[in-house]
Ligand binder design. Structure first.
Ligand SMILES: CC(=O)/C=C/C=C(C)/C=C/C1=C(C)CCCC1(C)C
Ligand SMILES: CC(/C=C/C=O)=C\C=C\C=O
Ligand SMILES: [Fe+2]
Length: 561
């Protein structure tokens, strides 16, 4: 075995003697695949293959590759769309290149990484049970781990070997009509909704780390060191509502989010202080179109305003009740209801602008800022998003069957950096245009990040996933210069990179002085953590995982004090 002597590696060599996970053939295969890169690790509580659960200090071998595991997809699909093979793992990775010494802390990525329960396979990317990946950086070294979030939904599914709560597209089977009536009642009370917090993760100003999704009950506190599930984040106010934006705006000073009102169509804009679990209402926006609010997966803010998007892809009461997924899941496209952008003053809750804008489809706003004239008067708000050319087809493209069946055909719909200009002079209309030629990033655009110190301010750079065509999913990392209207792209054949997450260098004065972290799932079933220089967008380091990880969505940075 090509292990280098180090305390971690000594533990690893013990691990092979204690291995209870797989037969010799897969062990040999694993050793062969990883001997140069992987340093060591702990397989903790393998849910599907380890009979005797390992105690956290007990070191056993990494799991077999996915094709050996029951309930996984037999290794036929790209590892990005293959359920994670075990519940927990942690270990040190061998770093190729140089991780900057200033990078001290933990990058945590959340996402739906387990798409089956027993033999039942989920249908949509967004249905999977939440899988966390942690990358601890210190002194140029990297320790990694992953772990499932122990939501009620996940625990119930494991226990009963079936889906027990309503996920994004999956609905538990009603055994009979009475059960169905009970289902309807429980939908209205929210008890049947999932708490599978599989979308994002944020560090609150008080240090608590919370995983989130679109349901309010899917707010789950985790330990950033161990990725352990600590418990539900209970909102202590009585604002009610069952859903909220999956992407609150979180800074050291506040937590801002939107709560859609499905009964009297509108949105509550709410704020929570660090150290508190109580949200307070800043104000309310009434919808201007349609009989239900538009989907608000995310929203942007400027220094003084909260921007509330009203997208014509609206929540749909009938679709919420359906047992089988509809083409647009819980939503419906209402072009006749038009699209609007509302601007609310953060302190007074007053609406300072509400304009009609061209139809749009977005999951993710990138940033927003206030535009000033020569005299320093604010004349407009600029809000940027990853815009899917007002085509809802992207939701269908994220079905697992589509993601798993890439055959060389270019099927990823075009997307752009959509730039809204919202005038503050009382004009009734705003504009929406591409901020740069979308060909710069291959006409793919999603999963964006910015330098967090530029939140709500005029900014120049965004990092995102773009496209090198043909493809069926964003397959590049792109650094976009919104001033020069140029993009620089990172690409490796067959790789599926996750959201490029920007971490600024402490003390930096340049906006792009920092690193970009992404996790790559490779065509050959393997995977690695990637660190790019934020300025040059060149690779500075990579570190291979013992096995490829599934795709994940959003991350956060927890600096080490
Ligand atoms: C992963 C991601 O980006 C989105 C996840 C969305 C979810 C889990 C949405 C769940 C919902 C329900 C279970 C019922 C109510 C509507 C809605 C919020 C879409
Ligand atoms: C992964 C994704 C869209 C990719 C399209 O190009 C959207 C994810 C949304 C949820 O966080
Ligand atoms: Fe998202």
């Amino acid at each position: 075995m090509a292990f280098i002597a180090s305390p971690t590696l000594m533990r690893s060599s013990i691990s092979w003697q204690n291995m209870v996970v797989c037969d010799n053939s897969c062990r040999d295969k694993f050793l062969f695949r990883n001997k140069d890169i992987y340093k060591g690790g702990r397989n903790l509580q393998n849910h599907s293959t380890v009979a005797n659960v390992a105690s956290p200090s007990h070191v056993i071998a990494p799991p077999p590759p996915p094709e050996k595991l029951p309930g996984t997809t037999g290794g036929k699909h790209h590892v990005a769309w293959t359920s994670v093979p075990q519940e927990r793992w942690e270990g040190e990775l061998l770093v190729q290149g140089h991780i900057p010494l200033w990078l001290k802390g933990t990058y945590i990525r959340n996402g739906p990484g387990m798409w089956n329960i027993g033999d039942y396979n989920f249908r949509h990317l967004f249905d999977g049970y939440a899988t966390l990946v942690g990358l601890h950086f210190e002194d140029g070294q990297l320790t990694a781990g992953h772990r499932q979030i122990e939501s009620q939904a996940y625990q119930a599914a494991k226990k009963n070997q079936k889906i027990c709560y309503r996920e994004f597209s999956e609905v538990p089977k009603a055994e009979n009509f009475l059960a169905y009536v009970g289902e309807l009642a429980s939908l209205f009370s929210g008890s049947s909704l999932t708490d599978n917090a599989n979308t994002g993760v944020v560090k609150l100003g008080d240090g608590r780390v919370v995983c989130l999704t679109e349901t309010q009950k899917g707010s789950i506190v985790i330990d950033p060191e161990t990725l352990e599930t600590i418990g539900k984040f209970e909102y202590s106010d009585s604002l009610g509502g069952l859903i909220h934006s999956a992407h609150p705006i979180v800074t050291d000073k506040e937590f801002l989010t939107l709560i859609p009102d499905l009964v009297k169509p509108g949105y509550l804009v709410v704020r929570m202080e660090p150290g508190s679990n109580e949200r307070n209402v800043i104000g309310r926006v009434d919808c201007r179109g349609g009989s239900s609010p538009g989907w608000v997966h995310s929203f942007p803010v400027t220094q003084h305003y909260v921007i509330v998007p009203e997208m014509p892809l609206r929540y749909c009461a009938q679709n919420l009740l359906r047992a089988e997924p509809t083409p647009l899941y819980k939503f419906q496209w209402h072009p006749e209801s038009k699209a609007f952008m509302h601007v609310m003053c953060k302190t007074s809750g007053k609406i300072v602008a509400s304009v009609e804008v061209p139809l749009f489809v977005t999951f993710h706003f990138i940033n927003a800022y206030e535009e000033e004239d020569e005299d320093g008067r604010v004349t407009a708000v600029i809000a940027d998003c990853c815009e899917h050319n007002s085509n809802t087809g992207i939701l269908d493209k994220l079905r697992l069957q589509n993601l798993r069946s890439f055959n060389g055909k270019d099927v990823l719909p075009d997307a752009k950096v959509g730039r809204f200009r919202i005038p503050l002079d009382g004009s009734p209309y705003g504009t929406l245009e591409a901020a740069l030629d979308p060909n710069e990033h291959g006409r793919g655009m999603d999963m964006c990040s910015i330098n967090p110190n530029y939140l709500g301010m005029k900014y120049r750079y965004t990092y995102a996933c773009g496209a090198q065509r043909p493809c069926n999913f964003p397959n590049t990392l792109t650094k976009i210069d919104l001033e020069l209207k140029r993009a620089k792209n990172w690409y490796e054949e067959g790789a599926v990179p996750s959201e490029p997450f920007f971490v600024p260098r402490p003390g930096a004065t340049e906006e792009d002085d920092g690193v970009v972290i992404s996790i790559i799932s490779e065509k050959n079933g393997e995977g690695y953590a990637l660190v790019l220089d934020g300025s040059t967008f060149e690779e500075v380091a990579r570190a291979k995982f013992p096995y490829g990880l599934p795709y994940g969505l959003h991350g956060c940075w927890v600096p080490k004090q």
